[in-house]
Write a protein that binds this ligand. Structure first.
Ligand code: SAH
Length: 351
């Protein structure tokens, strides 16, 4: 369902503060704001009629003033490792993906922030059909709410903005949704369990440092020098590596928070021992950890993952240099779980 087409604002486009103002403007009791928030984000209401402790008059008024959209998936794929991918239609031939990744200690939900992506990283399927539009705040939240309300037993503990799109390029809607995800009257997920992943947009990283939120920042580095990074990630020509790393240093200094650098290992491109040494030099002394990722094969893109042995060698070099580093276990490979792969395969069929 596309909430943008609705003329009335979606009920999930408003923060708690905006509801407080709305109720006070209408001469209504302010406690209704929290009541309403709890119905939407904690008690699973999908219709105003569900909100049984609000008066019939108030429900009617809300229905008159707001739309109440919700998602239902077009397709669901379940991996043999328990990872589950949901494809949601958000408009005509517009799809986004959300992925639940359960593990022994946590259940992480990976959500999308845009329909498509402008940044065209060489190994990523999200940008293959270009960029269509930003998701609204309601559409970002609808991904979480669908899974929370309909996937019985899926207790979401962590939310990561690592699905389709560049969250920092949809800054206002993403940060508004984060405040609702984090709010104790909203989804009530601790800030430290919410991660924003970026291809490295410098002005937005600077802005995020001033948000006063304890959320996690992950930066997709994927190369330790400008030549390779510009080849893999065209954004590097605008926001180059040295400036990005300097921004990350200032971010950690200002927020006292550790940054995660993501590094997808691509065979013969960025996985040599020299690359590992160069990476170690680049991040030396920074408050950071490195997450090495074996590249998920995207058929339309000529990228081949480094093998496990090469990944371990790469990791060992970093460890010897005193850098905190892990190899992320690949999940959901049999269901094309990496960014944008499912929506791309579907849109190809429809073209
Ligand atoms: N645009 C943001 C968030 C979405 S991508 C960003 O660039 O960080 C989330 C992570 O998945 C990024 O680190 C991205 O580089 C990585 N990724 C994309 N395609 C991949 C693939 N085929 N295999 C492994 N990781 C991939």
């Amino acid at each position: 369902m596309n909430s943008q087409r609705n003329l009335k604002p979606d009920i999930k486009a408003s923060s708690l503060e905006e509801f407080l103002n709305y109720f006070s403007d209408q001469g209504l009791k302010s406690f209704h704001a929290k009541q309403l928030f709890k119905w939407i984000y904690q008690k699973g209401a999908e219709y105003f009629e569900d909100m049984t402790d609000l008066s019939a008059d108030l429900r009617k008024k809300l229905k008159n003033d707001f739309a109440f959209s919700h998602f239902s998936p077009e397709k669901v794929l379940t991996s043999k490792d328990g990872t589950k991918k949901f494809l949601f239609a958000v408009g005509e031939n517009e799809y986004i993906e959300s992925v639940i990744i359960p593990s022994s200690k946590r259940t992480t939900l990976c959500i999308s922030s845009q329909v498509g992506c402008k940044f065209a990283c060489r190994f990523c399927a999200s940008g293959l059909n270009g960029f269509s539009r930003n998701l609204t705040t309601a559409e970002i939240l609808n991904q979480i709410l669908y899974i929370k309300n309909h996937e019985k037993g899926a207790m979401i503990t962590h939310v990561v903005f690592m699905g389709v799109g560049e969250p920092m390029d949809n800054y206002d809607n993403v940060f508004k949704s984060i405040r609702i995800i984090n709010s104790s009257s909203g989804l009530n997920i601790a800030a430290r369990r919410i991660t924003v992943s970026t291809c490295g947009l410098i002005p937005q990283i600077r802005a995020m440092a001033k948000e006063g939120l304890q959320i996690e920042l992950a930066v997709s580095l994927h190369a330790a020098n400008n030549t390779t990074r510009s080849q893999l990630m065209p954004v590097n020509r605008k926001d180059p590596l040295d400036k990005l790393l300097a921004t990350c240093k200032s971010y950690s200094k200002a927020t006292k928070r550790q940054i995660t650098f993501e590094y997808v290992l691509i065979k013969g491109v960025n996985d040599s021992q020299e690359d590992a040494r160069q990476l170690a030099r680049q991040v030396k002394g920074m408050l950071c950890k490195i997450n090495l990722i074996t590249c998920n094969q995207v058929k339309a893109l000529a990228c081949c993952s480094a093998d496990r042995q090469q990944a371990v060698k790469f990791q060992n070099i970093l460890l010897q240099k005193g850098i905190l580093v892990t190899i992320r276990a690949p999940r959901g490979e049999d269901i094309a779980a990496a960014c944008g792969q499912l929506r791309y395969s579907l849109s190809k069929k429809k073209r």
